[in-house]
Design a protein around this ligand. Structure first.
Ligand code: DGP
Length: 114
């Protein structure tokens, strides 16, 4: 998608602090971190939200979650815990319409979320 900021990051057209990338996924630091670790994991292909996932995307979503666990473990947050969040739509506060998983850790997180 031409106007999608996360597509631009995935294609290297907009700079970001890349944490990991492969043919399926890109992980990069959130520009507005809410915790000591705040990484975003996105699919390379443009999928606007969880609602747009289709048949065959199960593996992609699984890969994203395995990557989240790997990043958290590599940073030592596996023992104290971390959170993976996908905001979907207006009430959830989704501001970028390209599916992304927030991987947040390094402080005690509140529940319920605001
Ligand atoms: P959400 O509100 O769930 O749609 O989260 C979008 C996140 O994306 C938000 O935490 C800020 C982050 N973000 C928005 N634009 C950019 C950008 O250009 N670069 C990076 N690294 N993060 C961005």
């Amino acid at each position: 998608m031409e106007d999608c900021i996360f597509c631009k990051i995935a294609h290297g057209q907009v700079e970001s602090q890349i944490v990991y990338q492969d043919e399926h996924l890109v992980a990069f630091d959130d520009i507005n971190p809410q915790a000591p670790m705040h990484v975003l994991i996105i699919p390379r292909v443009h999928i606007s939200s969880l609602l747009e996932l289709g048949d065959g995307d199960e593996e992609l979503v699984g890969r994203a979650h395995r990557l989240a666990a790997r990043i958290a473990r590599e940073r030592g947050y596996d023992r104290r815990g971390f959170r993976v969040v996908a905001n979907c739509g207006q009430d959830a506060g989704q501001s970028v319409p390209h599916l992304h998983f927030h991987v947040i850790g390094g402080r005690a997180l509140q529940w319920p979320p605001g």
